[in-house]
Design a protein around this ligand. Structure first.
Ligand code: DLL
Length: 429
């Protein structure tokens, strides 16, 4: 759709959703009234800035169904995302929401090159998590043969990859990496697999990790973004050119703001992604603060899609590490590690605090078990990693090289950060 037409559609839908929230959700009605916003105040897309933000806390405070805009009778599906603390965030879908969701997921599947000839193995966990069922409906819509294997039992996953002739793998990138290790262990030659496409998402994937997975499995992969509060997967995804993730702009309006001030940033600037849903009926979201850091690129894409592209997520504003004054995202550390020979892509960042100073320990596995007998070589490698992190990111970290396979593997989103500082802050008090 040409952008002009798309923007006219977005404006019409934005006015609709403001009015819809105002009429159907008490919490939104209160916020909108306080900010003196009605749908009449929205005359152009940039007027979105008058609408108050919605945060995860708003969903939690109205747990479980307070932000739902329809009675449960109209809700045909409920999902939830497990937070790190307390109650989960609960979301509900009407029949129309499920239809729209299947459509936008079908789009990212087609954008990745999936067709009705493909055999797609969904290795996201089925359940309250939106990843598996979201992809499931979209892939069925495309006509692929879907294998709903779910996550876990990795040896069985590897067997199915081979025996069922899987051509498309759906998982987190870290799980795909782990699966390739296990497949090799079980005697499967990765090049005898029929895999041709990987649709990864739900967590970041550095180019270095992507290359390793692609080379190992001999596939082409795309990065796909979404979150349960907005729908699940399908919010944005890469096309064959992989130069940003196309946003489903007929269903969502993205903005980039300054996390600190809440001001909308100019086109092309990097900041926190804020998203408004403009078709969702079950639990509409007005200017939802995702906490994810990205950038929007309105340049036309070579693929011909007119939908704006977001940069790969750089990190979450709440994941940013401040190490003795230097701000870094774990993904930047991962990128540096990914360019060093002799270490595996599995790592862990341990944060500690002592005498009011933060310390970072980077635990990473060496690959060659022979190193165990050559302490000097381990030390050289450690020094090399330390120096590289210092030159590229300006951080001074303690490097601990650990034995192959000793760092925990994950079947869903990997948990790379172990933050022990909260506890230590308590002790300091
Ligand atoms: O992870 C939805 C999803 C499932 C997307 C499957 C793609 C594929 P949540 O569990 O609610 O939803 O987690 C949302 O995960 O705010 C980001 O911080 C992170 N995230 C999701 N996709 C990506 C990605 C699903 N491609 C949170 N790159 C988001 C980086 C991602 N981070």
């Amino acid at each position: 759709m040409p952008r002009k037409q798309l923007e006219a559609l977005q404006l019409e839908r934005l006015k609709w959703v403001v009015d819809y929230c105002d009429r159907n959700v008490e919490a939104y009605h209160k916020k909108l009234s306080a900010a003196k916003v009605t749908s009449d105040k929205i005359k152009q897309l940039s007027d979105i800035k008058y609408i108050p933000f919605t945060t995860k806390a708003d969903i939690r405070d109205t747990y479980p169904y307070g932000l739902f805009a329809v009675p449960l009778k109209k809700i045909v599906r409920i999902h939830a995302s497990s937070g790190t603390t307390g109650k989960p965030t609960v979301v509900g879908y009407t029949r129309k929401d499920i239809d729209n969701w299947s459509d936008i997921v079908a789009r990212i599947c087609v954008a990745a090159g999936v067709t009705d000839e493909d055999v797609a193995q969904i290795s996201f966990g089925y359940g309250l998590f939106t990843g598996a069922l979201g992809l499931h409906y979209g892939l069925e819509k495309v006509g692929a043969s879907v294998i709903p294997v779910s996550s876990g039992n990795t040896e069985k996953q590897a067997m199915i990859l081979k025996d069922f002739g899987t051509t498309v793998l759906i998982s987190t990138p870290s799980y795909a990496m782990y699966m390739s290790e296990v497949a090799k262990d079980t005697g499967i030659q990765l090049d005898e697999l029929k895999l041709r496409i990987g649709m990864f998402g739900s967590e970041g994937c550095t180019p270095e990790l992507r290359n390793r997975i692609e080379q190992g499995f001999g596939l082409f992969s795309t990065d796909n973004y979404g979150m349960s509060e907005l729908m699940g997967p399908g919010v944005s995804g890469e096309c064959q050119y992989r130069d940003g993730l196309h946003f489903a702009e007929d269903h969502f309006i993205p903005e980039i703001i300054d996390s600190e001030t809440g001001e909308v940033l100019d086109k092309g600037e990097t900041g926190e992604l804020v998203i408004t849903t403009i078709t969702k009926e079950g639990i509409p979201m007005l200017r939802y603060r995702t906490r994810d850091i990205s950038r929007l690129n309105y340049e036309p894409c070579r693929c011909g899609r007119t939908h704006v592209r977001m940069d790969k997520v750089k990190g979450r504003s709440d994941d940013m590490l401040k190490i003795r004054g230097v701000n870094v995202f774990p993904s930047q550390i991962e990128s540096v590690l990914g360019n060093i020979e002799g270490i595996s892509p599995h790592y862990q960042l341990v944060l500690t605090r002592s005498h009011f100073t933060d310390y970072l320990e980077v635990k990473v596995e060496f690959i060659d078990t022979n190193l165990l007998e050559h302490y000097g070589e381990i030390e050289t490698l450690q020094k090399q990693i330390h120096a590289k992190l210092h030159t590229v990111l300006g951080i001074d970290a303690k490097i601990s090289l650990v034995e192959p396979r000793s760092i925990e593997r994950f079947a869903g989103k990997a948990k790379r950060i172990v933050d022990l500082r909260v506890f230590e802050k308590e002790i300091e008090k």
